[in-house]
Design a protein around this ligand. Structure first.
Ligand SMILES: [Zn+2]
Ligand SMILES: [Zn+2]
Length: 125
């Protein structure tokens, strides 16, 4: 195998191995998630939002890393806030950054001190 041709084959083989390793590293980087999960993360999850610019409310895809407010699907303004569906009137309204608040439509009272959301601080969402 010590002929120039043999060495060229050996180099080609090791290059292929390196390229394969890099491909695997890219596909599974950074947490070993499978491509399906990575894809879903890129597309985002359907999140109920409320736009303070045009008062539209509905569901839009938001990526996990995205910060609120996000772009409104209706008017395009970045005024769409995470919304919650009211237990009282079943309408969506923008979630205030307070723990104590009430529905702007029907006045249903909420106390998020009793149900801390997920345990993550809002900045990390
Ligand atoms: Zn809007
Ligand atoms: Zn309500």
């Amino acid at each position: 195998m010590d002929t120039p041709r043999g060495r060229a084959v050996a180099v080609a083989l090791s290059l292929t191995a390196v390229a394969g390793a890099i491909t695997i590293a890219i596909v599974f980087w950074p947490t070993g998630v499978n491509p399906d999960v990575a894809n879903r993360r890129k597309q985002g999850r359907p999140i109920p939002v409320y736009c303070k610019a045009c008062n539209w409310s509905g569901t839009t895809n938001v990526q996990d890393e995205q910060k609120y407010p996000v772009a409104c699907p209706k008017c395009g303004e970045e005024k769409a806030f995470e919304a919650r569906r009211c237990y009282g009137c079943k309408e969506l309204f923008a979630m205030p950054e307070k723990l104590l608040y009430s529905c702007p439509r029907c006045g249903y009272k909420y106390d998020d001190r009793k149900t801390p959301p997920g345990g993550l601080p809002p900045m990390d969402r």
